[in-house]
Structures are given as structure tokens and as C-alpha cells.
Write a protein that binds this ligand. Sequence first.
Ligand SMILES: *Cc1c(COP(=O)(O)O)cnc(C)c1O
Length: 387
Amino acid sequence: MENKNTLDQYASGKLEQLTRSGLRRFLVPTSREKKGTAGRGGRSFVSFSCNDYLGLSQNPQIKAAAAEALMEFGAGAGASRLVTGNSPIYRRLEESLARIKSTEGAVVFGSGYLANLGVIPVFVGSRDLCLVDELAHSSMHAGIKASGAQVILFAHNDLDDCRQKLSRQRAKYQHCMILSEGVFSMDGDRAPLIGLSDLADEFDSWLFIDDAHGFGVLGDGAGSVVEAGMAGRVHLQMGTLSKSVGSYGGFLCGSGPVCDLLVNRARSLIYETGLPPASLAASLAALDFIETHPSIVARPLKLARRFTQELALPMAQSAIVPFIIGSPQAALAASSQLEALGFLITAIRPPTVPEGTARLRFTFCANHTDEDVSRLIKSMQGLGFTG
Ligand SMILES: *Cc1c(COP(=O)(O)O)cnc(C)c1O
């Protein structure tokens, strides 16, 4: 009987540690509303914490496309894509993605996380090396860990450090993959794609770019890789349908053989039920929207730039702007101060970001009004939060 509580004791002890260090997390019921607002505890806030950069999760035409697919094909896929879960919408969605990304093919996964978890082990294993930017997203690390490849971090966006590690280590391994993010999710800055691609060529390595936050925002919506003219040189272009696309799912764009091998080998595709048809139809309609509304696609970056300029912060390179505070407690306090003024800006704390760099992370969306951004800027100035 004594033993019965040890699991609860373990959990409670861990939770107490988290509370003491200001790192405890809570799920807060939040209903997302129209025009970039969110409801919490009976109040409505302007949210600068959503990744729904174009507001497409609330777009009436896109919701209608999802509802139509729901009624026609049902609520769920019923099986893995390789069994009977491959709704006819998948093909059209993958053709659209490949066209937008300028690749031969695309493969849609259950989410961005599942894409990273499934794709990486298809191409590298225990005799191989993964060289990863130190700020790369947790989901890439999950994929690398599942692959069994040796992992070496290089300093954030530091091509010299990456080169040094390649010269020292590359020869010891059979294959090598270099992994980074097109737009860094917590910093909003961008990878040096040309430099990384040159290193990949020089050291006979494959380049994997996670562009979860560039897709739908940069390069007329095609993302940071296409914007840089690098579609032919980045071997594996990963992205998500859950952010600017406003729906749910993830994808990998690459050559025909790469995509065919993924369908045969990626465990997170083979052993997982296909996406609900409504999600696929919403994604397809959203891609159509992105291709036909360049001025809406350009708006998040425009708003982010205005925000950084007026607060004398480093110029925004994407829709994401970090405001580094330092300690987790101070970041939580800053978030509460802004909440009292009607803004929802989540404090981002370790281990999501490195120790000592807890921050407010602002994301700008096309459905924020100019007035929303003006009020936010004035509020930041009033609190002394400037560059
Ligand atoms: C959000 C995110 C993912 C995961 O995508 P989901 O579709 O939410 O699972 C992967 N990589 C990066 C960089 C992200 O920001």
C-alpha cells in the first residue's frame, strides 16, 4: 500500500520545484475570437501570442470549406493514410504545397512535430551525424533522438562554428544532416540559408530547414527558403499547416524520391491515422488564399517592423518579435502588466528558451488593426519596455 502514492509524490515534488523557480505552467481556457482577440475569464484581449499570422483559422470561406468536407467525408479519417485514411483531399493539398515550395513533391503529416519526428530518422541513423543550430525547435531534437544519429550543436546562426565542427567531425560519419530553422520560433531572426547551403555542399551534407514560421509570411507566403531563391538547394523543406495556414498538420517538401521514401519509411506517417478531412480542406482553402492575397500575407511583417521601429528595438525580420526580460518571474510580471492593459502576451520561459533569457514573445497577425498596434506600442512605452 505504501507504494501506491509514490508516483503522485514524485509528480508533486517536481511540481513544487517548478513553482519555486517560477517555471510552473498552467493551461488557461482561452476562446479565440475574431480579429486577433481572445477571451479569458470573461474578458476579451487583443492577443499578440497566436501563430495564426493571417487570421485564417477564423476566415469564413475557409471554415465553410472545412464544414463541407466534414459533411461529405466525415469527422475522422478512420485509418492510416496507407490503409484507408488517404482522403482524396491529400493529393490536392500535396500538389499545392509542392507548387508553392517549388519542389517535386510534398508529404503531409499529422502535425509539424510529427513531421520532424518521422522525417529525420528516414535519412540518418546511428552511423550518421546531425549538426544542429543550438536554438532549433524541440521537435527536431525528437526526430534526431529517434534516429540514433550523433548530434552536435553549433552556436546560433554561426557559420564559422558550424564549419569548424564539420571540418573536425564530418569524416567520422557516413551521412551528415545540417538542421536549422528558416525563422526562429522564439527569436524571430532568420538562418543564413546561403551560407548553410554552401557548407552542406562543401561537406557533402544534406540541409534540413524547418520553416514553420516563415511559411505564409515571407516570400509572398512561400516562405524563407523560396524567398532566398534556395528551393533547389535546401534538400528538405519542412513546415506546418497549424500556424499561418490556420488549420492543423505538418509537411515535408522535397524531391520525388525523398517523398516516396517518406511514405514507405516515416513511422509517424505509417503508424498514425490520417488527418480529419475538415483539417485537410481548411488547409487547401488556406493555401489558395495565401496564393491570391499578397498584401494580407505581407501585413504581419509590416506591423512587426513598425513595432520594432517605434520602440527602438532591432528591426523585425519576421512576424515574431522577442522582448528579452531575463528572469522567469520578471517575464511573468511583465505579461501580467500588459494583461491588465488588455493584451495577451505569454511569457516564454526556460526550457523553451535558454536560462536567463525569459521573454515576452510578440507575434503580429494580419487581422491586428493599426490601432491595436498603436495601443500596444503606447502601453510598452508607458511600462518603460523600449530598446
Ligand atoms: C510549431 C513548430 C513546430 C511544430 O508544428 P506543429 O504543427 O504545431 O506540431 C515545429 N517546428 C517549429 C520551429 C515550430 O515553431
